[in-house]
Design a protein. Structure first.
Length: 368
């Protein structure tokens, strides 16, 4: 047995974990740029909590709250300009994947001048990232423990990742209480995203026994919340399990990267505006069934962790959570399939799908 694992992010999990570790903030610098959205961090109390800890440590801060869903390079550049104007020396990301990925990109670019056209190629990256702290307020992305910052990439007509170990946050504070007010739809899409990370980790060529163990634990955490996700009613314990599922999915993702499922989902988000986790969910069942034709025992381990008897039951679960699907044309399917077949996620898949197989997964996902 041979494997390796690396994740330098210090993880604090549980109610009020922010207040229990103020020394982590103190070690980062004198002034923070807080990167967040316009409303949710104020409503759920996470912004007030972070500011209270900073005040207690006699640190100052400024706020960039103009992040956008599916972050763009111009949005990152705008936040970067504010950081330099305010002379902030560390960055705190509060929110879901979009604010956290924006925060990571800002901290990464603060001390190095990388033009937009080279942002995703990795050839000129330097270890100059400002200290990063993450406070997730949804349970799906896992960005708080990964080396990726995912941005919209118009040149590729997709989403692309800045990918480097320099992007690992210094610490992540996961308080399930901050997710108590998240709406049902967002909770479902982010939960499916977290599930997808763990499932794809097992279906990745970079998987190994240790990653599989983490991934199966994440899948089991998702399974404990299936009834709550279906009903749209969540206890604190459900929120805790979903955040744990998300965390484990992030740890898996940091090691294995993504597969065909994310490659396909990115097109649905870029072209049709379908939320990322929902887009993954549309493609996940079909890819699982395709992989099952060659790797039945691997897929069985996933289904066993979910407490499901077969892949049809898995698809029925996804269909229930996804509800009515968006409309898609055969012309769109062919366009997306052509683009997806050339993406770097495809060779990372345990069973790399051909163009026509990708098209068929799209058709099945949309019920065609």
């Amino acid at each position: 047995m041979n494997f390796s694992y690396y994740n330098p992010t210090q993880i604090f999990f549980g109610r009020d974990c922010l207040f229990a570790h103020p020394e982590v903030f103190r070690e980062c610098g004198k002034k923070a740029l807080i990167v967040t959205g316009r409303h949710s961090a104020r409503k759920n109390g996470s912004l007030d909590a972070v500011c209270a800890v900073l005040k207690e440590q006699n640190q100052s801060w400024c706020i960039f709250d103009r992040t956008v869903t599916n972050p763009t390079i111009p949005s990152v550049r705008e936040g970067l300009a504010l950081l330099k104007e305010e002379k902030a020396d560390f960055v705190i990301g509060i929110g879901g994947g979009s604010p956290m990925d924006t925060a990571k990109a800002i901290a990464f670019l603060a001390n190095q001048d990388i033009p937009d056209e080279k942002l995703f190629d990795g050839t000129c990256y330097q270890d100059k990232t400002l200290p990063l702290l993450m406070v997730p307020t949804t349970s799906g992305t896992g960005s708080e423990v990964t080396e990726y910052a995912v941005l919209m990439n118009d040149a590729a007509k997709s989403k692309s990742s800045i990918s480097t170990p320099y992007l690992y946050p210094k610490a992540a504070f996961l308080d399930p209480a901050f997710t108590l007010g998240v709406g049902t739809a967002t909770t479902r899409w982010t939960a499916i995203d977290a599930l997808s990370h763990s499932v794809e980790g097992i279906l990745s060529k970079q998987g190994d026994p240790m990653i599989t163990a983490i991934a199966l634990s994440g899948i089991q955490a998702f399974s404990r919340c299936r009834k709550a996700l279906a009903l749209g009613t969540f206890s604190y314990e459900d929120r805790e399990s979903l955040m744990y599922c998300s965390l484990l999915g992030g740890l898996v993702l940091a090691h294995t990267s993504t597969t065909a499922v994310h490659a396909m989902g990115y097109s649905l988000t870029y072209y049709k505006g379908i939320p990322h986790g929902r887009a993954n969910g549309i493609c996940l069942g079909g890819y699982l069934r395709l992989t099952e034709t060659v790797y039945p025992e691997t897929v069985k381990s996933i289904l066993d962790a979910l407490g499901m008897k077969d892949s049809l039951e898995f698809q029925a679960c996804l269909d229930q959570l996804l509800g009515e699907k968006e409309l898609i044309s055969e012309e769109e399917i062919q366009t997306y399939s052509e683009e997806v077949s050339g993406r770097r996620n495809i060779p990372n898949s345990l069973l790399p799908p051909a163009k026509e197989q990708i098209a068929q997964i799209y058709r099945e996902g949309f019920g065609l």
